[in-house]
Design a protein around this ligand. Structure first.
Ligand code: PHE
Length: 444
């Protein structure tokens, strides 16, 4: 019979019918790339942390990734039917225990226990997701927050205290397109029962300036790295903009986008912390802001790393390029890709089970409950980091039976060596067998 518990780190967790974390995922918990000396994720963390100096900010980086659904969702005000809670998106140990999907899972606990005005939390986070060069089921985030305490600022005057802190921040000359998008009155209101308009505006101004300074810091270092690698490098002017966003735990909320290689790229989410969260965390007299930033994206921009799988590589041709940089942030250079090995595309087409057939346990791919992430995970499980990209290329519904078929194209390519044809075929045949076995689909 299958195991009823799983040991992760120091603790043993009960598992039940919600359990869906493959061993390839749980085995990676030990890697902790964000604290590995000279790893680009860890270097990126240090650079961002340097914008949030102690003693105002305290830096946490060792919270364990297994958390309760209460921490990951309920404590942050996620509704019971939020899609993020679904098994297709999140790795569960059991009904009440997950691998955190974001560093916000620790917000409430840190608000409750932390003594400094601000903090950051860096950590590995886990999401069932697509396979391509910018998505990997494990990535790293940094959460940050800054609080002001009504009981501790002179005369309880938050507005004045925050503007004084803003005056003490450095200025910058980066042009921000759309620095102040209007906040949506229903979706994203000022918390009028809790804060005055002036308080919310001051907190938002401090938040935006603090994060703009992060972008300036990253891009001045990216530029220095580019010039170190190519003295003739000419940079394009940096374009950034704020856009309105929604998160259940901040209001108003924003995202920051950077124009990069022809597209607007979302790099962080942030907002004014909902007062309810601070009240529930036992610190009702505090108010302030929080943000969450994806470290892989920033590291990819900073070093020009072309594929997210590289962060997990133990190949010296990758790791050696960052040696010594943790202690020498002035010495950053761009990553020089080692030769690209040939790619191999293979397609797989299958019929989904018709909706009427009864499910036989496990994840069965009825037309209604089929989820692409299940295909992704099967490919990942079989081929590991050899799977570079998986994408649906065709969909067909039989005109008479109404049965649906899908075709996926899998791109196999190792970052480290040339795969033989026989090897790739073996992976692909195993993927096909697993699709039939785990999803109950019928190959075409
Ligand atoms: N946790 C959010 C995410 O992962 C980001 C965020 C953090 C937004 C803190 C607002 C405040 O997308």
């Amino acid at each position: 019979s299958p195991p009823k518990s799983i040991k992760l780190g120091e603790k043993r967790y009960a598992i039940d019918e919600w359990f869906n974390a493959p061993s390839t995922i749980t085995a990676s918990i030990a890697r902790k790339l964000h604290t590995e000396k000279d790893h680009p994720i860890s270097i990126t963390r240090s650079i961002i942390e340097s914008r949030f100096p102690s003693p105002t900010y305290k830096h946490y980086s060792s919270f364990f990734p297994v958390v309760s659904t209460h921490q990951n969702f309920d404590s942050l005000g996620f509704p019971a039917d939020h899609p993020g809670r679904s098994k297709t998106d999140t790795y569960y140990m059991n009904k009440d225990t997950v691998l955190r999907t974001h560093t916000s899972a620790h917000q409430a606990d840190v608000f409750r226990s932390n003594e400094s005005a601000g903090w950051t939390i860096s950590a590995d986070v886990y999401r069932r997701d697509a396979i391509d060069r910018t998505h990997y089921p494990i990535f790293h985030q940094m959460e940050g927050a800054r609080m002001w305490d009504r009981k501790k600022v002179p005369g309880g005057n938050i507005v004045q205290a925050v503007w004084e802190d803003i005056a003490n921040l450095p200025t910058h000359s980066m042009i921000v397109e759309d620095p102040n998008p209007p906040t949506h009155p229903e979706r994203n209101p000022l918390q009028t029962g809790q804060h005055s308009k002036e308080e919310a505006e001051a907190i938002a101004a401090h938040l935006k300036r603090s994060l703009e300074l992060v972008v300036v810091e990253i891009f001045s270092r990216a530029k220095a790295a580019a010039i170190a690698s190519n003295p003739d490098y000419v940079d394009e002017p940096l374009r950034v903009r704020w856009i309105e966003a929604y998160f259940p735990f901040t209001s108003p909320s924003w995202e920051l986008e950077i124009f990069w290689q022809g597209d607007w790229l979302e790099v962080l989410g942030c907002g004014v912390v909902k007062q309810e969260i601070l009240e529930k965390a036992g610190v009702p007299s505090q108010l302030g802001w929080a943000f969450g930033i994806g470290l892989e994206r920033i590291a990819m921009l900073l070093f020009e790393i072309p594929d997210i799988r590289l962060f997990w590589s133990k190949d010296e041709r990758f790791l050696s390029q960052f040696k010594g940089l943790s202690d020498n942030l002035e010495g950053l250079k761009r990553f020089v890709p080692f030769s690209k090995y040939p790619t191999c595309y293979k397609d797989v087409s299958f019929w989904l089970r018709s909706s009427s057939s009864s499910a036989g346990g496990g994840i069965r791919a009825n037309a209604q409950d089929f989820h692409e992430n299940d295909v992704m995970e099967i490919v990942r499980d079989v081929a590991g980091d050899i799977a570079e990209d998986v994408a649906q290329v065709d969909e067909f519904t039989h005109p008479k039976t109404g049965r649906k078929s899908l075709c996926y194209r899998i791109n196999y390519r190792s970052l480290e060596r040339t795969l033989t044809n026989a090897e790739t075929n073996e992976y692909h045949e195993k993927v096909q067998r697993e699709l039939v076995k785990k999803l109950g689909v019928e190959l075409r």
